[in-house]
Design a protein around this ligand. Structure first.
Ligand code: ATP
Ligand code: MG
Length: 586
């Protein structure tokens, strides 16, 4: 990217960041006011000391000197108070801004299409909501406000210096270009190496995240050694990136000291001549080394702050890009429903996840209200995809899906989803009790209702057996539950909302005979009295279906009842049936 356009971009992003502080305008102005006040108050001290030396110490005005010391102390205390207010309230400002921002980012992430999550790594999204937002905080606390304070401080010091002794000021400024140059070089070098550090951290984070999620597989396949080696490699790179950035600091600080020492030597050498020919007062001579410190310190710090600002802007740009994404599922439908009959029809539906390869081709079927349809087909044939588009997690490219004769896009998305319950192939459970997981934060669902629903499908007994029963705490993803238990939770979850359409993606994993019977019973209860679409793997479920759809490579191969399909010798269903179920029939 060209330098000029990049700078333009920075300014645009900075403007956007500052806009975030709009609700906290008063606080922002207060912090600015503190910065303005701080500049003279923090930098007046050398001037006071010089005055003490010239006007009181040399003339032995003891009473006057005492007053001066008191004034000096008052300024010190004032400085402490203002600095406190500045640091604390600019932090409050930063935190307030990012508190709002985090909520916005989270809301945005929640409303994005599933397609976004297919294409974006989890680690990336977490980085956006946590570290990148934190970096924006630093734009306020370390970046803009402190830089303004520092720059004002530099002008204040220069003002005092010129006022005090223009000769000594000119001598002091001789080394300033050197200082600015050193700072500039340092800033550029550190920027690159910080970028490296950040990249390495991010690499390490994603590596760890994947490793920890997949620990079971790694241990199962004895892959610890290779993985450790990979980790070592990443770790080495991270360490070297860190050392590289520290190296610049290690060079920069001594160089700064050297330049300060040169400046001081010049002051003493040329200044003493001034004292001898009385063009420079002893007070000024004493106070200039102090000024020098006050001048160089912010110049030196500006380098760091500029980097912080720039990194904050890079992060901000990424966060804004996420916030500006508009890939929502379009929700313009205005038909709200509190109850539907549950007629489902697919008319010439085509669908592709990536707009290139179609995974569903010309799907047509009709499910009448209250009936049960089973979908069977080999893995990857598009069964789950049918569910995904029916529940509008993804949008179809061609064709129409109708519920009760109305295009699903005409329904209000939320109200439609309330009438459809889905039990997914792999059950996802959250950290919390069994009750929490069934209720999913909908407090209108009472405990009694949950227990009733559990009894209906025969899961109550199962839950009662857990330590603490319904209040048993699930660990992340429900890893302290068996497959069967997890499934029962997801069934009750679906049942308590009393949906008009039930969609069930049966888990393929097999369970023991006893659990199998319980799940079978639960499914039968679940599909009673409502339209159901079941992606079935169990023969018993398939048999009970009013209609069976046989899917292959995204097209419907056959359609009919179990008996009808089975009668077709050489048909797909018959073949599938023979392959899959014959053994279990013996
Ligand atoms: N989120 C996705 N992004 C891109 N492609 C996908 C996505 N989900 C599924 N696919 C692809 O769509 C095709 C159909 O997948 P689908 O999940 O519908 O199969 P399935 O019939 O449910 O298989 P299984 O019986 O194994 O669950 C597959 O080729 C798969 O690679
Ligand atoms: Mg599937």
């Amino acid at each position: 990217m060209q330098e000029s356009t990049k700078q333009d971009l920075d300014i645009v992003v900075l403007a956007k960041v500052l806009k975030l502080a709009k609700p906290y305008m008063a606080l922002f102005i207060f912090c600015l006011a503190m910065a303005v006040l701080m500049a003279p108050i923090a930098n007046i001290r050398p001037f006071l000391i010089g005055t003490m030396v010239d006007d009181y110490i040399f003339v032995k005005d003891i009473a006057g000197l005492k007053t001066m010391v008191v004034i000096y102390l008052i300024f010190v205390v004032l400085n402490v108070l203002i600095r406190y207010a500045f640091i604390y309230y600019s932090a409050v400002l930063g935190q307030s801004v990012i508190k709002d921002l985090r909520v916005n980012v989270f809301k945005q992430v929640q409303s994005l299409k599933l397609r976004f999550f297919d294409q974006t790594a989890v680690g990336k999204i977490i980085t956006r909501t946590i570290s990148d937002v934190q970096a924006i905080n630093e734009i306020f606390t370390q970046g803009v406000l402190t830089m303004i304070a520092d720059i004002l401080g530099i002008f204040a010091v220069l003002g005092f210096m010129f006022y005090h002794s223009w000769r000594l000021t000119l001598i002091s400024l001789v080394t300033l270009p050197l200082m600015v140059l050193a700072t500039y070089i340092f800033k550029e070098k550190v920027k690159v190496s910080f970028q490296r550090v950040r990249n390495e951290i991010s690499a390490m984070n994603s590596f760890l995240q994947e490793q920890i999620s997949g620990m079971r597989i790694i241990q199962m396949f004895n892959a610890e050694k290779q993985e450790s080696e990979k980790f070592r490699k990443i770790n080495r790179k991270y360490t070297s990136a860190n050392l590289n950035s520290i190296e610049y600091y290690a060079i920069f600080y001594p160089v700064v000291e050297l330049i300060s020492a040169i400046a001081l030597s010049l002051l003493v050498w040329l200044g003493s001549k001034g004292i001898w020919d009385s063009t420079i007062s002893p007070g000024a001579f004493v106070s200039f080394p102090l000024y020098l410190n006050m001048l160089f310190r912010p110049v030196r710090m500006l380098a760091d702050k500029f980097n912080t600002l720039q990194m904050g802007l890079v992060a901000a740009d990424r966060v804004f890009k996420l916030l500006e994404r508009e890939d929502y599922i379009s929700d313009y439908g205005d038909k709200t429903v509190s109850k539907i009959d549950g007629d489902v029809e697919f008319r010439n539906v085509h669908f592709s996840y990536d707009d290139e390869t179609y995974v569903l081709n010309d799907i047509n079927f009709k499910l009448e209200a209250g009936k049960t349809m089973a979908i069977v087909g080999s893995t990857g044939s598009g069964k789950t995809t049918i569910i995904n588009i029916l529940s509008r997690f993804y949008e179809t490219q061609k064709g129409k899906i109708l519920i009760d004769g109305t295009d699903i896009r005409k329904y209000d998305l939320k109200s439609l989803r309330e009438r459809i319950a889905i039990v997914l192939q792999d059950v996802f459970l959250f950290n919390g009790t069994v009750i929490d997981n069934i209720r999913l934060k909908d407090s209108s669902i009472s405990r009694e209702k949950i227990v009733d629903a559990s009894k209906t499908i025969g899961a109550d007994e199962f839950f009662q057996k857990l330590p603490g029963g319904y209040d048993f705490m699930l660990t992340e993803r429900g890893s302290n539950l068996s497959m069967g238990q997890k499934q029962l939770i997801s069934f009750v979850r679906a049942l308590v909302v009393d949906p008009d359409i039930l969609i069930l993606d049966e888990a393929t994993s097999s369970v023991d005979i006893e659990t199998e019977a319980i799940i079978q019973y639960a499914i039968e209860k679940l599909i009673e009295k409502r339209s159901s679409i079941i992606i079935a793997h169990r023969l018993s479920t398939i048999r009970h279906a009013d209609k069976i759809l046989v899917l292959g490579k995204g097209t419907i191969l056959e359609e009919g009842s179990h008996d009808e399909l089975l009668a077709n010798e050489g048909g797909h269903y018959r073949q599938l049936y023979e392959k899959q179920f014959e053994q279990s029939m013996i």
